[in-house]
Write a protein that binds this ligand. Structure first.
Ligand SMILES: Cc1cc2nc3c(=O)[nH]c(=O)nc-3n(C[C@H](O)[C@H](O)[C@H](O)COP(=O)(O)OP(=O)(O)OC[C@H]3O[C@@H](n4cnc5c(N)ncnc54)[C@H](O)[C@@H]3O)c2cc1C
Length: 350
């Protein structure tokens, strides 16, 4: 059986390893043409320490990739302990690709005919699967910035929702050596540059900001449930059948509230490798494992509803709280609930 994996992002490369361990060989394709300074797709590089267990299964050590710790982070004025860090994702992707045969071009229609199974690991592009049944995306703009404090403390890691009109957030992720990823993303938002400029202006008395590079991106925050179908059968020219099966962000394994997709794409790849090649078992397992993403998507749909006058419901606040807990962020319950009331301000006064 000939198998191709289209996409050498985190999902495609990690899956290649997991399948290889089971004696299943696959050809990996990616042009790696992202138009970014780091050579990889736009990403904040934030990950929970729990990513270490996924790396260990392919003999990699998280300590080799950690750039900076985010053990203390600010969330709209609330400081919390977190198990988050930034990882050198380009280095991780290079190491994951080492030893794999990567065809450095996109998998196109001509090559595609050679395969019985094509794994669509093409992220936001979803190049081979039919469209998601209800897609939702978050456009982003991120800068890598050198930040120097003007006499005070170094800039703290943080995520700020109240700075964004509508649903979105501004993130500040430290990369070590005084460098940071500072980015903004918002659903149906297009004032990225202006929001970032406003932030720099506001902080100009405390820090100097020197941009190093920038990139635009889009994150699929639809949830797996709204990204069905995960799999499809099509006929090849010779009349034989070809299976397409999605993994990672192509099928929406991204936290809808936060846009975190690195660890969840690895988890999705693990589920696919363990269910290979049973597509029904895979679909059931992905929908069950990421059922909470469907709930988060439901909250986003509710908050995005036209003409709505009320703020987040109790269940929405609870979902925000659970989201933080899931990422290991220990927010005090009552204070967190109170602050999440600020969501209503974003929604009611965009
Ligand atoms: C600005 C931004 C910040 C983010 N920050 C974070 C963060 O801090 N933490 C976190 O966990 N997540 C973050 N994410 C989300 C995370 O980056 C993704 O969810 C995750 O990397 C998805 O991995 P993937 O392998 O599924 O897809 P991708 O990483 O998108 O990889 C898909 C690959 O497929 C390739 N491709 C496309 N078409 C074809 C084709 N026809 N043939 C072959 N290859 C093809 C592309 O070139 C690409 O390399 C962020 C996303 C953005 C945009």
């Amino acid at each position: 059986m000939n198998i191709a994996i289209a996409g050498a992002g985190i999902a495609g490369t990690y899956l290649s390893h997991l399948l290889g361990e089971r004696g299943i060989e696959a050809d990996l394709y990616d042009s790696m043409d992202h138009g970014t300074s780091c050579g990889y797709r736009s990403c904040g590089w934030g990950a929970p320490a729990g990513i270490g267990k996924y790396l260990a299964t392919v003999d990699l050590d998280l300590a080799d990739y950690c750039m900076d710790s985010m053990d203390s982070m600010e969330f709209d004025g609330l400081v919390a302990r977190t198990p988050l860090c930034t990882i050198n994702k380009p280095r991780l992707l290079r190491d994951l690709s080492a030893g794999l045969t990567l065809h450095r071009h996109l998998l196109d229609i001509r090559d595609a005919g050679d395969y019985d199974i094509i794994v669509d690991a093409t992220g936001i592009t979803r190049a081979f699967l039919p469209p998601c049944r209800s897609d939702l995306v978050l456009p982003t703009l991120q800068y890598r910035v050198k930040v120097e404090p003007l006499g005070g403390d170094p800039l703290r890691a943080g995520v700020y929702g109240t700075r964004i009109p509508g649903l979105g957030y501004l993130w500040i992720f430290p990369l070590g050596n005084g460098e940071y990823h500072i980015g903004v993303g918002g659903i149906r938002m297009d004032q990225h540059e202006a929001i970032l400029q406003h932030y720099y202006d506001e902080q100009a008395h405390r820090y100097s900001f020197t941009p190093i590079c920038s990139c635009r991106g889009v994150v699929r925050v639809a949830s797996p449930y709204s990204s069905l179908p995960f799999s499809t059968l099509q006929s090849k020219e010779d009349g034989t059948r070809q299976r397409i099966i999605g993994v990672g962000e192509s099928i929406g394994t991204v936290a809808p509230f936060t846009g975190e997709g690195i660890v969840y794409s690895m988890e999705c790849a693990r589920i696919l490798a363990e269910s290979w090649p049973d597509k029904k078992r895979y679909e059931r397992a992905v929908l069950a494992r990421f059922a909470w993403m469907r709930d988060e998507r439901e909250t986003l749909d509710y908050l995005l509803m036209e003409g709505k006058v009320t703020g987040p419901r109790l269940r929405d606040r609870w979902r925000f709280y659970l989201n933080a807990r899931r990422s290991g962020i220990r927010l005090p319950l009552v204070e967190a609930f109170r602050r999440m009331g600020s969501l209503s301000r974003w929604v009611e006064n965009p």
